[in-house]
Design a protein around this ligand. Structure first.
Ligand code: PAF
Length: 285
């Protein structure tokens, strides 16, 4: 498994692949890879001749009081996982390789980023859009793969790629879960044993919301978005260790407020379990 830290080197690798007529897939990550990332890499391997995994904890997408310093890192483990999933190269730049001292250009979006996670993380999506723009420019992939667990991020990136005419297809892939339903996340490692048990409340609550929507569809009498979010809230509030950041049902992928849940929608939650902020969602298309 090749690991490169240099932009020039990854560009040369991609040029050689292109000269040989090979297609390229990119899986952008912040490392500390788990089964969710593995499923993205395997999906990329199945549809592209060569696959790059970028492994970069992007400082620009963390707010001043967020967990940039403590975000978990383990390049040796990442290398093993990438190898077993069939990736070809890991791109692992230092922050100084990605952001010069005089870095001053940003990619920002005026829609889609103000609600949901954008409300508590106001600079987050500017950091995500900027780093994804850089990664797409550096690696020029045919396809790039993102998990639906970060559904707002997926919607934002699809919109940005369309707005800015990137020649890359964005592929959203299903969330991967632990056996008890908890969505896989690098941040799950922050949870104590008690908190880990409490964290299953997110997927349980979303399951109730989805069931309510399912019954409404079966019976032909649409339910309101408020009724779904109220059901989800009630379940989460039954868990003493959980503190809700938001519970919202919005249109998918436009992320607009909706009254009635009768079209494609995203139902998303962000919940603090102790000090750890976890997100989860379901998309109904
Ligand atoms: O989802 C993530 O891990 C990050 O937000 C991403 C897309 C790799 C950008 O840094």
């Amino acid at each position: 498994m090749k690991i490169t830290e240099k932009i020039d080197e990854i560009r040369n690798i991609v040029s050689e692949w292109r000269a040989a007529g090979l297609s390229v897939g990119l899986v952008p990550t912040m490392g500390f890879l788990h089964e969710g990332h593995k499923s993205l890499i395997e999906r990329a391997v199945s549809s592209n001749d060569r696959v790059i995994v970028s492994d970069f904890v992007n400082p620009m997408q963390f707010g001043p009081s967020e967990d940039l310093g403590s975000y978990p890192r383990d390049l040796d483990q990442d290398e093993k996982l990438c190898e077993s999933a069939g990736a070809d190269v890991i791109f692992h730049p230092a922050p100084s390789e990605m952001y010069n001292d005089d870095f001053s250009s940003f990619v920002d979006m005026t829609t889609l980023t103000g609600g949901l996670c954008g409300r508590t993380r106001p600079i987050h999506f500017r950091g995500v859009c900027t780093v994804i723009t850089k990664l797409l420019n550096i690696t020029t992939p045919d396809r790039a793969y993102f998990g639906q667990k970060d559904a707002q991020q997926l919607a934002v990136i699809m919109h940005m790629v369309s707005d800015l005419n990137f020649d890359t297809e964005i592929i959203g892939c299903p969330s991967i879960r632990e056996a008890d339903g908890l969505a896989k996340s690098s941040r799950n490692t922050y949870l104590s044993a008690n908190e880990r048990a409490a964290a299953t409340i997110l997927s349980k609550a979303l399951g109730e919301g989805r069931a309510m929507l399912g019954s409404a569809v079966t019976s032909g009498s649409p339910v309101t978005a408020d009724a779904i979010t109220a059901t989800i809230r009630k379940v989460i509030e039954s868990e003493p260790l959980a503190k809700i950041d938001y519970v919202e049902a919005v249109s998918w992928p436009g992320l607009e407020p909706i009254e009635t849940a009768d079209g494609p929608l995203l139902c998303a939650v962000a919940v603090y379990i102790g000090k750890t902020r976890l997100i989860d969602n379901f998309i109904s298309e």
